[in-house]
Design a protein around this ligand. Structure first.
Ligand SMILES: NC(=O)C1=CN([C@@H]2O[C@H](COP(=O)(O)OP(=O)(O)OC[C@H]3O[C@@H](n4cnc5c(N)ncnc54)[C@H](O)[C@@H]3O)[C@@H](O)[C@H]2O)C=CC1
Ligand SMILES: O=C([O-])CC(=O)C(=O)O
Length: 360
């Protein structure tokens, strides 16, 4: 079937007749891009909550290199002074500050434009993301409450799994605090787009950076729905290969968890993806137009209250939700299958706040 969202895709593509694909910020280190103009730089404080973790550390390194960031505030409950001291020696623009333990959350968050949250436990082989719920729900409830109190105007980017449930948890916390703005809370699903684009490029002998495949739905198992029919450039697969490609994308997180054999889940590729999402956000917050990323957000696009779709980013977070767009029957069925699972995950997140309300 034909595409209706021509040139609209996830991954920093601009929606214009001429598709411009921006380079990830780290590429600013190549010789030509050292001349990154001062007008392109923003004065943004970004806070990372969970900065000492397997993911938090490489993500913080990429953010330290990111030319859009003037102050990188690192928070964790362990080891963050060492991570911050180490990073602060890199000869890049951002000032680094270290914040250890709950007493230092306020100074970490104060004035932050963007808060990135990779805090919480990761999977081991044999676990689903939902198995992380009990531990990570408490972490997200606590940290979201701090963001609501100390930097309610910040854009919150949640990486902590299970995203399908942790985004609703944070949203309920913000509602309780009276600062909820659905346009400013994102579940970061960029890694799904990065993976889909990489795997498709490998299968078709294309350059990974030239491929962009939107992924919608949620961020676990069957809720991960790659829209291969909307891939740019257009690619076609026989049905069995489309099924195999879809399954690989859905199980890509597990592929990494198993390969790491108990020592963690995706950290490096997620750092790459997280930095891409934060860069896009900062550019949009500064007024750059036409920046689209897929993200898991409060949504009226399907029966699921939260749903990942291509989002036009703007000065206030979500500028426009492009929805699912035109899909082939195979993808319609994937979405149908994803929705009940998503609804269950969303309910579980919302009910957590009923079970464990914030009382002060
Ligand atoms: N959205 C996505 O696509 C992806 C999500 N993830 C998720 O990111 C999370 C982090 O993964 P890793 O860094 O590999 O785990 P990790 O266990 O290596 O690190 C987690 C960090 O969070 C910190 N932490 C725990 N409780 C905290 C609290 N209350 N306040 C502040 N920091 C706290 C820990 O001290 C630790 O430094 C996991 O939930 C993982 O599943 C990972 C990869 C991709
Ligand atoms: O699979 C995991 O547990 C971590 C994650 O969310 C991913 O890699 O997509």
């Amino acid at each position: 079937m034909a595409l209706i969202l021509k040139n609209l895709n996830c991954g920093k593509q601009l929606i214009s007749p001429v598709v411009r694909k921006l380079q990830p910020a780290i590429l600013n280190f190549n010789h030509n891009q050292r001349s990154f103009s001062i007008t392109s730089q923003t004065n943004s404080k970004v806070a990372v909550l969970g900065a000492a973790g397997g993911l938090g550390q490489p993500l913080s390194l990429l953010l330290k290199i990111n030319p859009h960031i003037s102050h990188l505030a690192l928070y964790d409950i362990v080891q963050v002074p060492g991570v911050a001291a180490d990073l602060s020696h890199c000869s890049t623009r951002a000032k680094v500050s270290s914040h250890l333990g709950p007493d230092q959350l306020k100074t970490c968050l104060d004035g932050a434009k963007v808060v990135v949250m990779p805090a919480g436990v990761h999977r081991k082989p044999g676990m689903t993301r939902d198995d992380l719920f009990q531990t990570n729900a408490a972490v997200v409830r606590h940290l979201a409450d701090a963001v609501a109190k100390f930097s309610p105007g910040a854009i919150l980017c949640i990486i902590t799994d299970p995203i399908n449930s942790t985004v609703p948890i944070a949203s309920e916390v913000f509602k309780y605090r009276g600062v909820y703005d659905p346009n400013r809370i994102f579940g970061v699903t960029t890694l799904d787009v990065v993976r889909a684009s990489t795997f498709i490029a490998q299968a078709k002998g294309m350059k990974a950076h030239d491929v962009n495949c939107p992924v919608v739905g949620g961020h676990s198992g069957v809720t991960i729905v790659p829209l291969i029919s909307q891939c740019q450039p257009f690619v076609s697969f026989p049905h069995d290969e489309r099924v195999a490609m879809t399954t690989r994308i859905q199980k890509a997180g597990t592929e990494v968890v198993e390969a790491k054999a108990g020592n963690g889940s995706a950290t490096l590729s997620m750092a790459y993806a997280g930095n891409q999402f934060v860069s896009s956000l900062l550019e949009a917050l500064e007024g750059e137009t036409g920046i689209v990323e897929c993200a898991y957000v409060r949504s009226d696009e399907t029966e699921a209250k939260y749903f990942a779709t291509p989002i036009l980013l703007g000065k206030n977070g979500i500028e426009k939700n492009f929805g699912v767009g035109k899909t082939i029957e195979f993808e319609v069925n994937l979405i149908k299958h994803a929705i009940p699972e998503l609804q269950k995950n969303i309910r579980k997140g919302e009910e957590y706040l009923v079970k464990y309300p914030i009382t002060d």
